[in-house]
Design a protein around this ligand. Structure first.
Ligand code: PHE
Length: 452
C-alpha cells in the first residue's frame, strides 16, 4: 500500500482553481439524469404542474439547506466524508460518511448502466436507427436494454470516460471537464427548448407543465418530490462534502450554494420544457414513466422536421449530464481511500471504476435475462435505485442536517459567515431549517413510506 497519505498535510490538498470552476463542478454533479430523464417523467406521472409546485418549495428550503450544510462540513474539515465527521466530531458520526460513500458507490453502479443507454441512443439517433422508415422506438429500446451484452459494453465505455476524468484530479480532471461540458450542456438544452416550444401544438404541453392540478397531489407526491430533490441536488451522501473539501475559505459559500441550486432547478425546468411541449404536440402520453425519454421522445423526434439532429443532441445532452454526475459519485469513494487509507489516486480510481462496473452487471441484466429475479417486486436495478434514493439519501440528509444544526451549531454559522456578507436573518433561518424543519419533514416522509 502506498504511503504519502497526505492526511496530516492539509496544505497539500488540491483546491478548485476558481470559483466558477467549483460552481460548474457542483452544478455538474447536480444536473444529471435526475434532471433531464427522471424529473420530467416524475412530473408526467404526478400531475405535471402539481408535482412542480410541491418540488420547488422542498428544493428551496430543505434541499438548499442540506446542500449548504454539506459544503460547510467539507470546507471546515478539508477531508473526505468519513474523515470530515471524524475531524469535526468523531464518535459515531463518521458512520454517516460511510453510509454516504456506500450510497454513492451503489448509485454509480446503476447510474452508469442508464448512462450507457443514453450513449447508445445518441449513436442510434445519429445513425438513423431510431427514426428511419418504420423504426419503432419502443421495440428498439426494449430489445436493447434486455440484451445481455450491448448495454454492458456501453456502460463499460461510459465508466472508462468517467475514470479518465477523475484520474486527472480536481483541477485538471473534474474542474476542467465541467468548465467545458456544463456551458455546452446549457447551450444544447436551450436549443432543444427552442425547437420544442415552436412546434405547432406546443402550448398544450406548456400548460400541462405550468398549471398545477391539485387534485393530483397526494402523500405520494411529497415522498416522490423529496426523494427527487435529494437525488437531483446530489445531497445526502457526502458528494457535496467532498466537493466542499476542495474549497478554501475565501469564497462566499452561501452564494455558491444558491447558484448550484438555481442551475439545477433551471436545468430540470428546461428539460420539462423540452419534453412536454413535444410530447403534447404529437399527442403522446406524458405519463409514460421511465420510458418517456427513451421511447416517447424518440417517436416524437421521428415525426419532427430535423428530428434526427435534435434527437441526437438530446441524447448527447443526457450523456454529458450523466458524465459530470458520475464523476461526482466516484470522487467521494476516491477521496475516502486517499485521505483515510493513503492510496494513490490512480489505483483507487481504477479500482472504483472496475468495482462499480461489476456491480452494475446485475442491474443491467435485470432489464433482460434476469428480469424474473425480484425482491419486494423489484428487479435489481429498481431495488438499488429505490434503496439509495428513497432510503439512504433521505436518512443521510436527515443525519447531516442534525449534525450541522445541533452538533456544529454556532460553529456552522461562523463558518458560513466567515466571509462577512451573509445576512444574519438568513443564517438563522438556515439553522432553524436544519434543526427542526428538515429532520421533521424527512422523518415524516420516511415513516410514511415504511408503513405504506
Ligand atoms: N444529481 C444527479 C442527477 O440528478 C445524481 C447524483 C446523485 C449525483 C448523488 C451525485 C450524487 O442525476
Amino acid at each position: 500500500m502506498p504511503r504519502d497519505s497526505g492526511s496530516d498535510q492539509p496544505q497539500k490538498r488540491e483546491h478548485w482553481a476558481s470559483k466558477a470552476g467549483f460552481i460548474m463542478a457542483a452544478a455538474g454533479s447536480a444536473v444529471g439524469l435526475g434532471n433531464v430523464w427522471k424529473f420530467p417523467y416524475m412530473a408526467g406521472e404526478n400531475g405535471g404542474g402539481a408535482f412542480v409546485m410541491v418540488y420547488l418549495p422542498i428544493v428551496f428550503t430543505i434541499g438548499i439547506s442540506i446542500l449548504l450544510a454539506e459544503l460547510i462540513i467539507g470546507r471546515a474539515a478539508q477531508k473526505d466524508p468519513v474523515g470530515s465527521f471524524r475531524v469535526l466530531r468523531g464518535r459515531a458520526w463518521p458512520l454517516v460518511g460511510f453510509l454516504g460513500i456506500l450510497a454513492g458507490f451503489l448509485i454509480l453502479s446503476f447510474y452508469s448502466v442508464v448512462a450507457g443507454w443514453t450513449v447508445a441512443f445518441a449513436a442510434k439517433m445519429a445513425t438513423g436507427m431510431l427514426n428511419g422508415q418504420g423504426a419503432d422506438p419502443a421495440a428498439v429500446f426494449g430489445s436493447f436494454i434486455s440484451s445481455p451484452m450491448q448495454p454492458l459494453l456501453y456502460a463499460c465505455g461510459f465508466m472508462v470516460v468517467a475514470v479518465v476524468v477523475v484520474l486527472g484530479g480536481i483541477r485538471r480532471g473534474i474542474e476542467r471537464a465541467n468548465l467545458v461540458l456544463m456551458p455546452l450542456l446549457f447551450v444544447i438544452l436551450v436549443a432543444l427548448v427552442g425547437r420544442s416550444l415552436t412546434l405547432p401544438g406546443a402550448m398544450e404541453g406548456f400548460t400541462f407543465f405550468v398549471t398545477p392540478d391539485f387534485s393530483k397531489v397526494t402523500g405520494a407526491t411529497f415522498t416522490a418530490a423529496l426523494g427527487q430533490a435529494f437525488f437531483s441536488l446530489s445531497v445526502g451522501l457526502g458528494a457535496m462534502i467532498t466537493y466542499g473539501s476542495y474549497l478554501d475559505h475565501k469564497q462566499n459559500i452561501g452564494r455558491s450554494a444558491s447558484s448550484v441550486v438555481g442551475l439545477d432547478t433551471v436545468a430540470a425546468l428546461l428539460a420539462g420544457l423540452v419534453l412536454f411541449p413535444a410530447v403534447f404536440a404529437f399527442g403522446v402520453d406524458p405519463g409514460a414513466g421511465p420510458g418517456l425519454a427513451f421511447v416517447t421522445l424518440p417517436s416524437v423526434f421521428a415525426q419532427m422536421p430535423a428530428g434526427q439532429i435534435f434527437g441526437t443532441l438530446f441524447f448527447v445532452l443526457l450523456s454529458i449530464a450523466a458524465l459530470t454526475s458520475a464523476v461526482s459519485l466516484m470522487e467521494p469513494v476516491v477521496a475516502y481511500f486517499m485521505d483515510q487509507h493513503g492510496f494513490g489516486r490512480t489505483q483507487i480510481v481504477i479500482a472504483t471504476g472496475v468495482a462499480a462496473f461489476v456491480l452494475g452487471i446485475p442491474s443491467s441484466l435485470s432489464m433482460g435475462i434476469w428480469s424474473d429475479a425480484t425482491l419486494f417486486g423489484m428487479g435489481f436495478l429498481d431495488l438499488i435505485a429505490f434503496v439509495t434514493s428513497s432510503i439512504m439519501l433521505p436518512v443521510g440528509g436527515l443525519l447531516i442536517a442534525l449534525f450541522v444544526g445541533w452538533v456544529m451549531g454556532s460553529r456552522a454559522i461562523a463558518e458560513l459567515k466567515g466571509n462577512g456578507d451573509t445576512p444574519p436573518a438568513l443564517a438563522r433561518a438556515w439553522l432553524f431549517i436544519l434543526r427542526f424543519v428538515a429532520p421533521a419533514a424527512i422523518a415524516w416522509i420516511l415513516i410514511k413510506e415504511l408503513i405504506s
